[in-house]
Design a protein around this ligand. Structure first.
Ligand code: R5P
Length: 304
């Protein structure tokens, strides 16, 4: 009886800036690293070409989607190109998944962008692998991204290991109720106490944070943990309140360090002892690599 044909290994197709990550993951998984071409026409439109060698195998597009409005058009075009080139499945590996905070219309006339972006994506991708998407009012990512396979990975074990390795007597602090899920999980994993504060957002850059009874933690090292640091207003207000309460300068830990505009410098100036993010989005604050969890997520995909 002839031996069953060996399936062609999946091919990782990195978007610009993701080449090194894709090469590491391909090497660790024994998958192939493709050479997609992306460029702009003189009028600013995107021109893409999938690696033709993707034919007959799954394609995994690697794209962390900070600055999403610059990236979504080339991403969706490359997904279409990969399928037309003969990819058997098209997967999106997006360590940072954008638009998840716009999960309702906050004012009449607005729209819940999360669902629109997810629907666009689901038209082109069979599977999505991402890390700690901002699931607040959306509890199941597939509600927004209706793809056949969704792998939601957690950075919590890596954050907890980093805290346990780097910081004595940590007190984990969640700047708002939405952060409670990350903070409680990370605290439990590193055996540290945690508190969650109350936040009121009055505008894009106007955030008020109130601190309940923090004086009892004076001999601890505060560690602010949040999923996203964008304008950093949430962390800056929290740093101010913790310092005013007489606590030590806090370490600020973000899963996704977006740091819009001068946010990073402003958070440093506010008195953060250290600012550390995972490498979901390339930034000077990156101190925690996500490869271990990304490898788990990719290995768990079913290419049946
Ligand atoms: C809130 O919903 C998120 O969990 C973060 O707290 C928020 O995105 C941080 O935003 P910013 O850095 O702009 O205050």
């Amino acid at each position: 009886m002839p031996a069953a044909p060996v399936p062609t290994p999946p091919m990782l197709l990195p978007l610009p800036g993701e080449e090194a990550r894709a090469a590491r993951l391909a090497s660790a998984l024994g998958w192939r690293l493709g050479q997609p071409e992306l460029r702009r026409f003189p009028d600013g439109e995107s021109a893409v070409r999938a690696d033709p060698a993707v034919a007959g195998a799954p394609a995994v597009l690697v794209a962390s989607l900070d600055r999403p409005d610059d990236k979504l058009v080339p991403l969706l075009l490359l997904a279409a190109a990969a399928r037309e080139a003969g990819a058997t499945q098209v997967v999106l590996l997006a360590p940072y998944l954008p638009y998840m905070r716009q999960d309702i219309a906050f004012r009449p006339g607005e729209t819940a962008s999360a669902f629109h972006v997810g629907t666009w994506g689901a038209r082109h991708f069979d599977a999505l692998v991402t890390v700690d998407p901002h699931l607040h009012r959306i509890h199941d990512l597939q509600q927004a991204w209706p793809v056949a396979q969704c792998r939601v990975l957690q950075a919590a074990p890596l954050l907890a290991a980093w805290i346990a390795r780097e910081l004595p007597r940590p007190l984990l602090v969640g700047p708002d109720e939405e952060s409670a899920q990350w903070v409680a999980d990370v605290a439990a994993r590193c055996g540290a106490p945690h508190v969650v504060l109350a936040k009121q957002r009055r505008g894009d850059r106007d955030v008020q944070v109130s601190v309940p009874d923090v004086e009892r933690w004076r001999d601890h090292q505060p560690v602010l943990v949040d999923d996203i640091c964008s304008t950093a207003r949430t962390m800056i207000e929290t740093v101010h309140h913790l310092l005013a309460a007489g606590l030590a300068p806090p370490v600020c830990l973000a899963v996704h360090g977006l740091f819009a505009g001068d946010a990073y410098a402003e958070l440093q100036a506010a008195g953060a002892a250290r600012i550390v993010s995972t490498d979901s989005v390339a930034h000077a604050s990156n101190g925690i690599g996500l490869d271990a969890v990304l490898l788990q997520g990719l290995s768990a995909l079913n290419f049946g």
